[in-house]
Each structure stands twice: as structure tokens, then as C-alpha cells.
Design a protein around this ligand. Sequence first.
Ligand SMILES: [Zn+2]
Length: 188
Amino acid sequence: MNPIGHLGIVLSVFGFVVFGLVARDETRAAKIVVVTALPMGLAPDIDLRITQLAHRGLTHTIWAAFLAGGVLALVAFRFEPLALAGKGEETFYGFVTGFGGICCHLAGDVITPMGIKPLYPLLEKPHTFDLVYASNQSANLALLVFGVITFQIAVQQARIADPVPAYTLGFVHRDLGFESESGTDIET
Ligand SMILES: [Zn+2]
């Protein structure tokens, strides 16, 4: 697809990816994830600008997705840009942003007649669902509109979702009204 179609797919998928973050009011982290995933969803087409690379070759493979996921996981682990509770979650979202962003791109290209070779160079045979030409403007626009709408709905639902069940909100320190008469209470 062309860039607007790819961006549409990233938006529609990442609305759900950041659902848990938005529900927990980690809005800043959610924004960083989405803003990073968008260029990831375009990145494989860099092969159009590098003459040494065949179009829809190595950059359009599952290996490229793992590489992008691995690099972003490392960056997230090292620098904790999302400011989440732990390194584990940082690394998880780092990986998902890179891996998911590239996979969204692959999803956009596998529906075109030219298809992709996701396991290249292990398997040279292209895979395609042959649904629509990459240059089809209405299809690209439809993907963008679909992406914006699903993203909007997912984020809206996340905002009204109850992130933490009430019973896990911690102890309720009730004043039971007993006065200690033993004199053994330790002031803390
Ligand atoms: Zn592509």
C-alpha cells in the first residue's frame, strides 16, 4: 500500500496495543508508543530509496520485524522512555512497538498482488492475498479512515474502562474506634 494505507493499519492495530496503557492513565507512554509505531509502519519501504536493496526484499520480512522489535526493546530497557513501573514492561512495549509496526506494514503489502516474501531468503516464494493494488487510492484512503476511527474508539473505550478492579485497590484503614488500654502500642 502507499504511506496513508500503512499509517491507517498501524492506527487500527495500535489503538488496541495501547488500550491497557490508556486505561491506566499512562497517556504519555501510550503517545510515545503510537508516535514510534507510525514511522515503523513505513520503515520497510526505505528499500525504495536504497538502490542496493530489492523492493520488498529483506526489509519486508519477519526478520526485519524481529530486528526492529529487538532494537526498540533494548532502547526501552536501557533508557526507560515510557516511565512505566518496571523494566519488564518497558522492554515489552519496546518490542511490541518495533515488531508490531513492521508487521502492520507487512499486512498492508501482503494484500497487494505483488505480495511479500516474509521468510526471504529462506523461502523465495511470494505470499499474496491479492485483494487490491498498492496504488489504489480509495483502498488506501479507506484504510486510513478505518484506522483513525478504530483508534479513536479503542482509546475512548480505554478511557472509560475501569483499569483496576475495586477489590485490589489496597487496604482500607478503618478506624475501629478501639482505644488501646494495654499501653504496649508502638508509635510509628
Ligand atoms: Zn512495503
